[in-house]
Design a protein around this ligand. Structure first.
Ligand code: HQG
Length: 176
């Protein structure tokens, strides 16, 4: 298996496990879990258990998780279909970071951070990670989010298994 095989499989798993399960003819359960064998059978690209295990193990951001018995897989975050990750709400650090592109800044300063097509707003624990996330969209801009204050004001935060902080909406007043 080559680097290219792993990258192609990773992109396909992101598509199926976050956005479009029909692409592999699978139906995720409430927690977003899908049976590995069913996914392999429904995939329209060559997939094997070994390839999937390699993608899970080598993903730079630990995008995917296998169940303890190795029979099921899900994305750790980034879903656009409704999913209950089953994670306990947690107290976030005082400040979190959101990386975006400069062309979105005006709209964000008007509406705050909204999830768009995803289920949550994604926040990074450090500024460098946020900058990298923002660069995916263009010239990066990093917002500082007063997450500690949001939490004290009653907003809920969860932290995905790969360390991305998730919340529903960040109103403008908490952004710097
Ligand atoms: C922007 C990646 C205008 C928001 C990353 C972002 C992350 C607004 C874009 C994960 C807005 C949505 C998610 C508003 C937010 N007006 N634009 N009011 N509020 N936006 O890709 O956070 O590599 O859905 O700033 O690491 O960039 O795929 O979200 O630029 O964890 O594993 O709307 O995806 O992970 O873009 O990234 P996205 P995101 P992976």
């Amino acid at each position: 298996m080559t680097e290219k095989d792993i990258k192609t499989a990773s992109k396909f798993l992101s598509l199926v496990l976050r956005h479009n399960p029909e692409a592999a003819n699978v139906i995720p359960d409430r927690g977003g879990w899908v049976t590995v064998d069913t996914l392999i059978a429904g995939a329209d690209i060559p997939m094997t258990k070994e390839l999937i295990a390699e993608v899970v193990a080598t993903s730079d951001k630990q995008r995917f998780a296998l169940s303890e018995d190795g029979q099921r897989i899900r994305a750790n975050q980034g879903h656009s279909f409704p999913v209950d990750l089953g994670l306990m709400p947690m107290t976030p650090p005082e400040t979190l970071f959101h990386g975006t592109a400069t062309r979105f800044v005006d709209s964000i300063q008007a509406k705050g951070l909204i999830p768009g097509s995803r289920q949550h707003v994604h926040l990074s624990p450090d500024e460098n990670t946020a900058r990298t996330v923002g660069s995916r969209h263009g010239k990066p801009h990093v917002f500082h989010v007063s997450s500690g204050q949001m939490h004290r004001d009653g907003f809920t935060f969860i932290c995905s298994d790969n360390g991305v902080w998730l919340t529903d909406h960040v109103p403008v007043g908490y952004l710097k």
